[in-house]
Design a protein around this ligand. Structure first.
Ligand SMILES: Cc1ncc(COP(=O)(O)O)c(C=O)c1O
Length: 368
């Protein structure tokens, strides 16, 4: 479904770092951070060991902790909410829009105005599959109530939300460089912000809480080890530079998918938006047929999978918060009926046509 774009020059750069013997937190990490700053225009960046560690550090840096409540979209990867649980805060789930698969400003406002939403301290905004959340108005609403905003941009390198890359309107944006993402360092992540102090604090927290004090290294915080290795960073640097071109190709591929699939009443297409970075392309199928269609596609040699999870349907959140399928019905439906089709820069337009044709045949076989 996703094939990393790792080329010989990426590998050569990585090998050079391995040979240098400087494996952790060195020049390549700084170059990787500088490349992300240049790509996004967001001035401050801390590279870290994963998207999950970025989310965890963002919450810690913003002072979110035990007893605090954080609004989280129900349709996401569980790491978004797990990070909240790990700092001892509580999750309040918000349902998403059925076509964009992300939260709307209206849904956030409703959640903040609800009795359970009165004491929310932070909002996690997930640009699911790269769709740009309307972050500007949500950030303004949050600021008026003293609420922090973190963008979970794990899937959103290259997403443009209200004219800017993630990290512009929010306190912090968190990216993932897992192999299913736009660029990859194996495991890896980054935090980006316009707030230099927050990023400096995050850099201390990723490295055991160290900083120089009076000419010696001191430990001023109880930190973690969430560093990215130097050779992982080296692998990612050129990928960032190439990703701008790949974004344009992904958008063309999505147009082809949509043109080929739009006339089939049983296939729900995702909402398109200029700022979408299309990390994944998920269609929505009629209730109850996804697993059968998934099987038919796999039998025809096409790798497909579910999209994201409905947190309200996962055991941990059911047991902890007493939520269930009916709590966030849109997320529940997307979790059960969503199907992600292959989309990556190594596919040709003919590959896209082939996948679309196989999906149309499979859906016709199942649904008529
Ligand atoms: C929305 C979202 N948040 C967070 C993560 C976690 O990122 P990582 O796997 O790099 O820890 C993912 C990964 O799939 C994700 O999709």
């Amino acid at each position: 479904m996703a094939v990393p774009d790792i080329r010989d020059d990426d590998i050569a750069r990585m090998v050079e770092v391995v040979r240098s013997g400087q494996l952790v937190q060195g020049k390549a990490v700084e170059e990787f951070e500088a490349a992300l700053v240049a790509f996004s225009g967001i001035p401050h960046c801390a590279a870290v060991s994963s998207g999950t560690s970025a989310l965890h550090l963002a919450l810690l840096a913003l002072g979110i902790g035990p007893g605090d409540k954080v609004l989280v979209p129900a349709f996401t990867y569980p790491a978004t909410a797990n990070a909240v649980e790990l700092v001892g805060a509580k999750v309040l789930l918000c349902d998403v829009d059925p076509q964009s698969y992300v939260v709307t400003p209206q849904a956030v406002e409703k959640a903040l105005s609800s009795p359970e939403g009165q004491d929310i301290k932070a909002i996690m905004l997930v640009h699911e599959f790269g769709f740009p959340v309307e972050v500007k108005s949500i950030a303004e609403l949050a600021a008026s109530r003293g609420i922090k905003v973190i963008e979970d941009a794990a899937c959103a390198l290259g997403t443009i939300a209200d004219g800017f890359h993630p990290g512009y309107y929010s306190d912090m944006a968190c990216f993932s460089f897992h192999p299913r993402k736009a660029i990859t360092t194996g495991e890896g992540g980054a935090m980006m912000s316009r707030n230099a102090e927050l990023v400096t604090l995050s850099k201390r927290l990723r490295n055991h809480g160290t900083q120089p004090v009076n000419g010696r290294m001191d430990f001023t915080e109880a930190g973690l080890n969430y560093r990215l290795t130097n050779f992982q960073a080296a692998l990612g640097i050129n990928q960032i530079a190439r990703f701008g071109q790949e974004l344009a190709v992904r958008k063309e591929m999505v147009e082809v998918y949509c043109a080929l699939l739009q006339d089939h009443a049983s296939i729900g297409l995702p909402r398109r938006s200029d700022g979408h970075s299309w990390q994944s392309f998920m269609v929505v199928l009629p209730d109850g047929v996804r697993e059968r269609i998934k099987q038919l596609m796999i039998e025809q040699g096409v790798e497909v999978n579910l999209g994201a999870h409905a947190l309200n349907c996962l055991s941990y959140f059911e047991a902890t918060y007493g939520v269930g399928a009916a709590t966030c019905p849109v997320s529940t439906a997307l979790y059960h009926d969503g199907l992600v089709l292959p989309l990556h820069g190594r596919m040709s337009m003919r590959d896209i046509e082939d996948v679309a044709g196989k999906l149309l045949r499979s859906v016709s076989e199942c649904c008529g």
